[in-house]
Design a protein around this ligand. Structure first.
Ligand SMILES: NC(=O)c1ccc[n+]([C@@H]2O[C@H](COP(=O)([O-])OP(=O)(O)OC[C@H]3O[C@@H](n4cnc5c(N)ncnc54)[C@H](OP(=O)(O)O)[C@@H]3O)[C@@H](O)[C@H]2O)c1
Length: 350
């Protein structure tokens, strides 16, 4: 009999999540049946959408927190899977799980579980730069915003999982990359290690002026990860024909529904559409979601392969923020929402 440890949401977080909102629960796992695998989790990814989706839905109380995983097959009664194989799946915050042939990586039948043989990169990258966050950056910048050489691209949460990739892809495509990040260290990382042309520390207190200085020709693409004050500072600098792929609004994920209704975000979005649109055309702003993109763009594999090659050639770099042990998931997740992560947030289980 195997014992599984899993993190269950006890109650909906109100505002910032706290450790009291979760508990670790232990359970015995049944023996696997024909067609199944027993999986031991090696890596968990922690992502902001877990706060805005799963942790905002009352029907998830008592359930294991969702999320992407890389697991090792430790027993197999399934064709095609052998002990020792690594599975990129979606088994959530737990140490073990039972896999079946129908399991999918996301709520997306187009994305079945995947075997990770390590030829493209380390296993953790399957959940980051060569997985959901890297692909989001790639698709958002290249296929949604359609970046062109010579344009100015601004990206918020620039040192984070998505942001660090967006800025580097902008450079690879011949655009000027300007990051917005919290603190001097994160900004130096973006410019000195990732090759962004410039990075603005939004916590330094002069965001509007610093951003205008960093983007003297205005902004052609604003890759939106944040919302709030950062979006307000960006709006006046957007050029005619600018594109704003809206990836996320992390500044508002801890808002209560009432706070969300009162935020200037709603007003800014509406004004932005009017300011940007020509003849009522609202193409400038585009909400997009990884799950929709991955269904719409069967070239995902090609994109990931290209990014893997860029990593190998040194053209694309990444940083991960790793903690160890299932019990580190909740504090690391809370810290990520507060900017304590530096790069893609991951939990390593042994
Ligand atoms: N559309 C999609 O399918 C999709 C897919 C993946 C991610 N996303 C979204 O993309 C965004 C970034 O996700 P990620 O995984 O790359 O996370 P991340 O950037 O690695 O981590 C979150 C970062 O957000 C920043 N942040 C938190 N609160 C902030 C605030 N009030 N103002 C400004 N910055 C704040 C912090 O960086 P600083 O220290 O710099 O403040 C923090 O490190 C999120 O909004 C997420 O929901 C969307």
């Amino acid at each position: 009999m195997r014992t599984n440890q899993k993190i269950v949401m006890k109650q909906l977080p109100v505002g910032k999540p706290t450790e009291d909102d979760f508990e670790i629960v232990q359970e015995d796992l049944p023996a696997i049946a024909e067609g199944q695998t027993l999986l031991r989790t090696r890596w968990l990814t922690l992502d902001p959408y877990m706060r805005s989706g799963f942790m905002a839905d009352v029907s998830n109380i008592g359930k294991t927190v969702i999320g992407g995983t890389v697991s090792e097959v430790i027993e197999s009664k399934a064709d095609g899977w052998s002990v020792g194989d690594l599975v990129v799946g979606y088994y959530g915050w737990q140490t073990h799980s039972i896999g079946t042939a129908d399991d999918i990586q996301w709520n997306n039948p187009g994305m079945p579980n995947q075997k990770w043989d390590g030829s493209m990169g380390d296993p953790s990258t399957a959940l980051g730069i060569l997985g959901m966050t890297g692909y989001t950056a790639y698709e958002g910048l290249l296929n949604v915003a359609k970046v062109k050489a010579g344009e100015t691209v601004v990206v918020s949460a620039a040192s984070g999982a998505v942001g660090q990739v967006v800025g580097q892809l902008a450079r690879i495509k011949g655009a000027r990359a300007v990051g917005i990040a919290g603190g001097a260290e994160k900004c130096s990382f973006c410019t000195d290690e990732l090759g962004f042309d410039s990075c603005v520390d939004y916590k330094a207190g002069n965001l509007a002026a610093d951003l205008a200085h960093a983007a003297p020709d205005g902004i052609d693409i604003y890759f939106e990860n944040v919302g709030g004050d950062v979006l307000e500072a960006v709006i006046p600098l957007l050029n005619e024909g600018a594109r704003v792929p809206i990836c996320g609004f992390i500044a508002h994920y801890n808002d209560t529904p009432e706070e969300r209704r009162q935020t200037p975000l709603q007003r800014l979005k509406a004004e932005g559409l009017r300011v940007l649109g020509k003849d009522g055309n609202t193409d400038g702003f585009a909400f997009f979601a990884f799950s929709a993109l991955s269904a719409k763009h069967p070239d995902a594999e090609e994109a990931i392969k290209m990014m893997s090659d860029w990593i190998k050639s040194g053209d694309l770099r990444y940083r991960e923020s790793i903690t160890d042990g299932l019990e580190s998931a909740v504090p690391a997740f809370i810290g990520m929402l507060d900017g304590q992560n530096f790069g893609k947030t991951m939990v390593r289980l042994t």
